[in-house]
Design a protein around this ligand. Structure first.
Ligand code: ADE
Length: 247
């Protein structure tokens, strides 16, 4: 699938799942809360980063369980609402992810999704539907962005679970993915349907090929990894405000 280029400037929306992931970047940017559409659980902040208006769009808490609404469905609703109401020129899915030491991953390492994001837990063994299930959504490109912000480019893969089932593992290995999250491909799919360029920036909180559980690692590393993500995300937004790739 061919890559798309983006025109920088104007409005960039950053879709995030958890306040713990978003708070450091909101603080670093000095972003202010803005209204969300009536009845929606999302929480949005906005600020100016040089020439770009930046919106940080957090999915919001789950109404029933009162916890941050992680996973594909809340991310889709939030992304669609941001696109409908704020008309961003680019959407970035940013947050934490699992990685693999055997593929060069380490806690706190930051990956820029490239050249696509995929899903690893939609298996539809019927011609064409199989590829549709996997997704493979191309990301927008922006010059030497990854190198400029100290992120490594690689495939990001999305599913609904924190752990990695044997089925997931086979698909993830075949895709050569370096980071596994619960939102990127859902956000990318929404962007594809609505015709908005998409990127993803992910920081590793836990590894799938070490003895400790993902949940233990995630909890222990969430704060420090999110602080690192914020630094890279601010650098990415400044870069995108300056560069006008392909335009
Ligand atoms: N977010 C942080 N760690 C993750 C993992 N291992 N899988 C999916 N999403 C994650």
């Amino acid at each position: 699938m061919s890559e798309r280029t983006i025109v920088s400037g104007r409005t960039i929306a950053v879709v995030m799942a958890m306040p713990d992931e978003a708070d450091p970047v909101i603080a670093a940017l000095g972003a202010e809360p803005i209204p969300v559409p009536t009845g929606r659980p999302h929480r949005w902040w906005a600020t100016q980063v040089e020439s770009a208006r930046v919106v940080i769009a957090v999915n919001g808490d789950d109404r029933r369980f009162g916890i941050p609404a992680v996973g594909p469905e809340p991310a889709v609703l939030n992304t669609a609402a941001v696109i409908d109401h704020l008309h961003p020129d680019l959407v970035i899915s940013a947050g934490t992810a699992g990685g693999w030491a055997s593929r060069g991953g380490s806690i706190g390492k930051v990956y820029l999704a490239h050249p696509h994001v995929i899903r690893h837990d939609r298996r539809i063994d019927i011609p064409v539907f199989d590829e549709f299930g996997l997704g493979s959504f191309p990301v927008a490109t922006a010059g030497e962005l990854a190198a400029a912000i100290g992120a490594e480019p690689g495939v990001v893969t999305t599913g609904g679970s924190l752990d990695e089932s044997p089925h997931d593992r086979r698909i993830i290995e075949a895709a050569g993915a370096v980071a596994k999250d619960m939102e990127a491909a859902a956000v990318a799919h929404t962007c594809e349907i609505l015709g908005v360029p998409f990127m993803a920036l992910k920081v590793i909180t836990d590894l799938h090929d070490v003895p400790a559980t993902n949940a233990e690692q995630f909890t222990a590393n969430l704060a420090t990894a999110s602080a690192r993500l914020a630094g890279h995300l601010v650098a990415m937004l400044r870069y995108l405000a300056h560069h006008n790739p392909g335009a």
